[in-house]
Ligand binder design. Structure first.
Ligand SMILES: Nc1ncnc2c1ncn2[C@@H]1O[C@H](COP(=O)(O)OP(=O)(O)OP(=O)(O)O)[C@@H](O)[C@H]1O
Length: 273
């Protein structure tokens, strides 16, 4: 189920355009990282994608179904695409984790048995089964983030849009979150993630979307995140692995076309030389 965005323009009331004619193609089953400086419009773009914000102009479609901002249109869109916001407390409101994760499937009118199965599957995918009976308000920030993702996953959307899912997590919890996303990807879910972590974007994404001055560039992580003009314009740092690789290429230690994406691929290149 491909997601397409065409000519998306959005301005908050009385403000300048935050998005000015954004075009995106998000292939089914792909992993897309959305990058940009603070205030560049990442959250705004994700909220437009989810239907939470209505664009000034432009079109958004998932699997050929164009998003319409009426009750039935938004309902259908949310079956296809789910947004997980930066702050898990925006999404969690039930007394227990199980109730929160079951809320979406119950609302979809599924049978009790199906709701239970969806809840168990989502908690399992997020490695959060042990939290099922805990009161939501007693969980740590990282646990609440995980449960917020499980709540969206329980709706089995084709596309999951995540606003900085690893922000505020300790390194181990960040790795667990990325592992959970890998499991969702294996299941065929399309993943769109806003992040400030250029190293994660390079290692994880099939394509990156770089936002600056209301417009986007979409392309291969190892190309866009190694381009001085793109990095400067979007106020991004070069991923460390690409910075090291540039130096190693200049010294002739690795081949001119080598573009490692993470530490292990860099080490593999060095072992080969
Ligand atoms: N509710 C709002 N009303 C008015 N302006 C807003 C609102 N939300 C965001 N903005 C403005 O829109 C612009 C884009 O904000 P947005 O939150 O989308 O950026 P971002 O790239 O997600 O930033 P960050 O990396 O800091 O999370 C900013 O200039 C911000 O001040």
């Amino acid at each position: 189920m491909n997601t397409e965005v065409a000519g998306l323009t959005f301005a908050y009331t009385g403000g300048p355009p935050v998005l000015a004619g954004v075009d995106l193609k998000i292939p089914s089953g792909s992993r897309i990282a959305v990058l940009g400086a603070n205030g560049s419009g990442k959250s705004t773009l994700l909220r437009c994608l989810s239907g939470a914000l209505k664009p000034t102009s432009g079109r958004i479609s998932v699997g050929g179904h164009e998003l319409r901002h009426n009750r039935s249109g938004l309902r259908r869109h949310r079956h296809l695409l789910q947004l997980i916001t930066q702050d898990p407390d925006d999404q969690l409101f039930s007394a227990s984790v199980r109730e929160d994760v079951s809320f979406g499937p119950v609302n979809q009118g599924l049978s009790e048995e199906e709701v239970r199965a969806r809840c168990e599957e989502a908690l399992d995918l997020l490695a959060a089964t042990h939290l099922a009976d805990r009161p939501t308000h007693q969980l740590s920030f990282g646990e609440r983030k995980r449960v917020a993702i499980a709540s969206a996953v329980a709706m089995r959307p084709a596309v999951l849009v995540l606003d900085e899912p690893t922000a505020g997590l300790d390194p181990a919890a960040g790795i667990e979150a990325v592992d959970a996303l890998a499991r969702l990807h294996e299941q065929g879910t399309t993943l769109v993630m806003a992040t400030h972590d250029v190293d994660l974007a390079l290692a994880w994404a099939d394509e990156v979307v770089v936002l600056s001055r209301g417009v986007v560039r979409q392309g291969a992580p190892a190309e866009l995140l190694d381009s001085d003009p793109v990095l400067e314009e979007a106020r991004l740092r070069r991923p460390w692995v690409l910075a090291v690789a540039a130096r190693l290429r200049a010294l002739g230690v690795i081949e001119a076309e080598s573009r490692p994406r993470d530490e292990s691929s860099l080490l593999a290149l060095l072992a080969r030389e």
